[in-house]
Design a protein around this ligand. Structure first.
Ligand SMILES: C[S@@+](CC[C@H](N)C(=O)[O-])C[C@H]1O[C@@H](n2cnc3c(N)ncnc32)[C@H](O)[C@@H]1O
Length: 180
């Protein structure tokens, strides 16, 4: 038997435990958008459940090994300098981690299907003490993620804001929110 899948350019790192846990309860056939996916660690966790996963990044080398998987869609797109590539498309889960580009926050929220969930974690103000990112454009303001989702009518199912020590010391916000 041959295995002609392309190797990943780097082995994908472990998914965030709270996202892996949510992925573990997803149903086969549900649709997932892994935005700014990098190596696709979170989309891969949903893929393992039989979900249909769309991976998007400006550099899709990290998910090239998934190119032949019928449950995967891989899209190379510049999310900051080109039109939103998913106009009108909705997903049961939209996952964003360690990425922030404020101009597309409305499009990200719009891409969540009714009854679907936003799973978002990224760096927040205060992270400057520990390392990158330090640029305020890439750091959430206090409660920004939760208040943005709430203002868009989402129900907040879980949230966190503060310091973490794993995989490295950082200040982050996370939100798990459902679109009614
Ligand atoms: C810190 S990595 C996070 C990767 C992944 N979400 C994770 O947590 O493992 C940030 C990702 O954003 C992607 N990215 C940066 N600028 C982008 C852009 N303009 N359009 C699309 N993706 C971009 C990078 O290529 C990189 O994969």
């Amino acid at each position: 038997m041959t295995n002609d899948k392309k190797p990943a350019s780097h082995p994908p790192s472990a998914p965030m435990p709270w996202i892996a846990s949510r992925a573990g309860t997803a149903k086969a056939e549900q649709t997932v958008l892994d935005l700014a996916c990098g190596g696709g660690r979170h989309g891969r966790a949903f893929l393992a459940q039989g979900c249909r996963v769309t991976f998007v990044d400006i550099d899709v080398a990290g998910v090239a090994d998934l190119a032949d998987d019928p449950n995967c869609e891989i899209m190379q797109a510049d999310l900051e300098n080109a039109p939103w590539p998913f106009d009108g498309r909705k997903f049961d889960f939209v996952v964003v981690t360690n990425y922030l580009w404020r101009p597309i926050l409305p499009s990200i929220l719009d891409a969540v299907a009714a009854g679907g969930e936003l799973l978002y974690q990224t760096f927040a103000q205060g992270n400057e003490r520990f390392g990158r990112p330090r640029n305020p454009d890439f750091l959430l303001k206090p409660a920004e993620l939760e208040s943005t989702a709430e203002a868009a009518g989402f129900d907040i199912l879980d949230s966190f804001e503060g310091e973490i020590s794993e995989p490295k010391q950082a200040v982050v916000q996370r939100v798990r929110a459902r679109k009614p």
